[in-house]
Structure formats: structure tokens, C-alpha cells
Design a protein around this ligand. Structure first.
Ligand code: 7TS
Length: 408
């Protein structure tokens, strides 16, 4: 049956892992915000690469190397088209979001001075906090924090008040991994640009649900990981406007990122190679492109509508359960449900749900400042994808009620 444009039976058949059992029960996978599952179409692309044309890229005259290079560069173009970047070389393939943020943060060490200011939001993943703190230590720049509200939204008035002529960079996630909040990045970017600051958008949680148009939104840097959107682990991307990337020094030195090397002086290759030292994750890059093709075939509008239906259903049901407190009640959210049950540690709940075949994440979700804000050690986080179903949510609720009766 097709519901909100998603034929669940057909879609689920694409994911072999969804038919396995955990602890004698059919798997219910609700840890999609940590990593998504991989459809057979993408697995096939990886197997095909290693079976038929495994070779190093950009350096061989032989046939296999040319085939691998072509496939890798086609994937880059697929990513470019998906995010509507003006040029393919503005897409740097990285090992993931963390690597991509570190490229920018480390590069800015050469561009900042004492007295410069950086603005971060209170609801970032640690990977969008720590590299910038390291940058501040190196440069003497100061980190300012956009506070959040009880609902789990950003305090935009406080954000405007932080901006001034010393603000050089703003970095904010498009979607919070711990709360699901969709942040108003268009407004954040417009205001930052008005004072001459650049903006890095962490799209790790948004990209699986929302197609960001980097030109329409005037995004300076956009980062994401393939493994959150049906691709493999160990590959992701940094989008940067050409001029901004050209102004950054390289992150790593090594093979393939040079124009010429002598012991007197080395000159660097043009984009994107300047930031792609060493042999990359070739199969991963190719599969990243295939994963975007797969998701685009289903369609991001259908994905978002269906997942929102799951979120609304699960939220309404969960609110009926006594003692449940939901964290993150922004008007605009992706399908992330973070919650606690009064008197029960999230880890205990997660462990019992696992015994019943239900995979959720528990803990601080690498977003400790959010937990500090709510004064909690962590939450149980159920995060839904387009291949989940209402029946799975019902199973989680039954399991949750049983867990609560066992633990209270
Ligand atoms: N930024 C956000 C918003 C994230 O959610 C994550 C990973 C990262 C950055 C880092 O991505 P990586 O691919 O480089 O590791 N988030 C999660 C999570 O919520 N649970 O496990 C990983």
C-alpha cells in the first residue's frame, strides 16, 4: 500500500537488514539519526566496484583506473546536482561530517586574529563545537553561543544581539541530532551575511530529510555524511563556495593534493584535489552518489511527508504514556523523538528495548550542552526513517510500557 507517496512494503524489501531478527524478535531499527540502513541497490554498487573495477583513481592510464575515476567523478557530479552547487569542484569528498568541519576549522587558523568572534549554537553535535574551540585556542578568537529555549528552538533575538563587525563565522546545524529541531538557516545566513560573517551549515541530520539548495540559501559551507542517507560509512562531503575554499590552506599534505613538489617548495593542486590528499574511499564515494540517486527516486518530499506522519503518530502515542517527558518540541522537526521516563535511567530503558529487538540510542548523543541545558544525563532517542512503519512504533510503545513496569 502506498501511503504519503511511500510504498512501505516495496521500500522495506530494498533493505536486507530489516528482515533480520534481534533477540528472537524482528528488528525494529529506530537509530536512524546515528546511521541509516543501506539498500541493496547501494550494496550492489559497492560489490560491483570491488568485483569489476577496483583501482586507484586520478593516477592510472590503465582501463580500471579510468573506470574508477569516471565513476568517482560522476558521483561528485550527482552530489553537486543534488545540493545545487554551482561547480563540481566545490564538492570536496571527505571521510564524513567531522572531517569536513575540521578542514574548515583548521583552515581558518590562517585567517583569524585575536578579537575575532565565532558564533555557535547551543544545540550542536560535539563535532561542530570542539574543532572551533581548538581554533579559538590557536588564534585567540572568541566563541559566542546562541542560547536555546525550553522548546528546543534557538533564541533568535539573542543571536541577532551576538552579531557584530568582529563576527567572522557562524556554525549551526540545519537539524539538531538530539532534538530534531529544524533551525531557520535562511534567516541565520541572511543576518550573518549582513555583518560580513560566513556560515557553515552542519547538514548531517538534515540531508536525509531535506534537500538543501546551497545556492538558493546562499550557504557558504555545507557538510554532511553519506551514512546518514542510505550510503556507506567513511565518506561525506564539504561544500564550499569556490572563493572561500581557495582562500583556505590545505588540511592535510600528501599525494594527489599537489601541483608540484620540490624540497624547496610545493605548490598545491586546484580544487577539489587540494583538500583530497591520499587515496580516498573510492567505493564509498561512488556509493554516496548511488545513495542520493536511490533517495531521489523515492523523492525527498514523499520522504519528509511520510516521516512527519510517523513523528506525529509516535509523539501523540508517547504523550499518553505516564511519566514521559519529550525533549524538543519545536514547531518544525524531523522525525526524532527524544524522551525520558520519570525515575528511569535512559540506558536502562534502551537496554530493555534492545532485548525486545528495538534499536534506539540512549545517552547524550554527542550533544552534552543540550543535556546540561535540560539538566539530564541523557535521553532515549527514537529516530525514524522512511522505511519505518506505524506498526513498528506500536511495537516500541508496547515494549516501552513493559519496560516501564519492569523498572518502576
Ligand atoms: N553533526 C551532526 C548534527 C550529527 O548528528 C553527527 C552525527 C555529526 C555531526 C558527526 O557525523 P560523522 O558522520 O562525522 O560522525 N550524529 C550522530 C548521532 O546523532 N548519533 O550517532 C552519530
Amino acid at each position: 500500500m502506498t501511503y504519503k507517496g511511500i510504498d512501505s512494503k516495496k521500500v522495506r524489501a530494498d533493505f536486507p537488514i530489516l528482515s533480520r531478527e534481534v533477540n528472537g524478535q524482528p528488528l525494529v531499527y529506530f537509530d536512524n539519526a546515528a546511521t541509516s540502513q543501506t539498500p541493496q541497490q547501494v550494496i550492489d554498487i559497492i560489490v560491483d566496484y570491488y568485483s569489476r573495477y577496483n583501482a586507484n583513481i586520478h593516477r592510472g592510464v590503465h582501463r580500471l583506473s579510468q573506470e574508477a575515476t569516471d565513476a568517482y567523478e560522476i558521483a561528485r557530479q550527482t552530489i553537486q546536482t543534488h545540493f545545487n552547487a554551482a561547480k563540481a569542484h566545490e564538492i570536496i569528498l571527505t571521510s564524513g561530517t567531522t572531517h569536513a568541519i575540521n578542514i574548515v576549522a583548521s583552515g581558518y587558523a590562517a585567517l583569524l586574529k585575536e578579537g575575532d568572534e565565532l558564533v555557535v549554537s547551543a544545540m550542536e553535535h560535539h563535532s561542530n563545537i570542539v574543532p572551533w574551540q581548538m581554533l579559538c585556542e590557536k588564534t585567540g578568537a572568541q566563541l559566542k553561543v546562541i542560547p536555546m529555549t525550553q522548546l528546543g528552538t534557538l533564541d533568535m533575538d539573542a543571536y541577532y544581539a551576538l552579531l557584530n563587525k568582529n563576527t567572522k563565522l557562524v556554525f549551526v546545524n540545519h537539524v539538531s541530532n538530539a532534538l530534531g529541531t529544524v533551525n531557520p538557516i535562511e534567516e541565520i545566513i541572511t543576518k550573518a551575511h549582513a555583518v560580513g560573517a560566513k556560515v557553515l551549515v552542519d547538514g548531517a541530520q538534515a540531508a536525509p530529510h531535506i534537500k538543501a539548495d546551497v545556492q538558493a540559501l546562499d550557504i557558504d559551507f555545507y557538510v554532511t555524511s553519506a551514512h546518514k542517507l542510505c550510503g556507506p560509512t567513511g565518506v561525506g562531503m564539504l561544500y564550499g563556495k569556490q572563493d572561500l575554499l581557495n582562500a583556505l590552506p590545505p588540511y592535510q599534505g600528501g599525494g594527489e593534493m599537489i601541483a608540484e613538489v620540490t624540497f624547496a617548495k610545493t605548490t598545491y593542486a586546484d580544487l577539489p584535489h587540494k583538500f583530497e590528499a591520499g587515496t580516498p574511499n573510492i567505493a564509498g564515494g561512488i556509493a554516496f552518489g548511488a545513495a542520493l540517486d536511490y533517495m531521489n527516486e523515492i523523492g525527498f518530499e514523499a520522504i519528509a511527508a511520510f516521516e512527519n506522519e510517523l513523528l506525529v503518530y509516535a509523539t501523540n502515542e508517547l504523550e499518553q504514556v505516564e511519566g514521559v517527558q519529550i525533549y524538543g518540541q519545536a514547531p518544525e522537526k524531523t522525525a526524532v523523538l527524544s524522551f525520558n521516563v520519570k525515575g528511569i535511567h535512559p540506558y536502562d530503558l534502551g537496554s530493555i528495548l534492545d532485548q525486545m529487538g528495538i534499536a534506539v540510542r540512549t545517552g547524550h548523543h554527542c550533544a552534552q550542552p543540550i543535556m546540561d541545558f535540560y539538566q539530564i544525563p541523557g535521553t532515549v532517542r527514537a529516530s525514524f526513517s522512511f522505511y519505518n512503519t506505524k506498526e513498528e512504533i506500536d511495537r516500541m510503545l508496547v515494549a516501552l510500557k513493559r519496560a516501564i513496569s519492569m523498572l518502576q
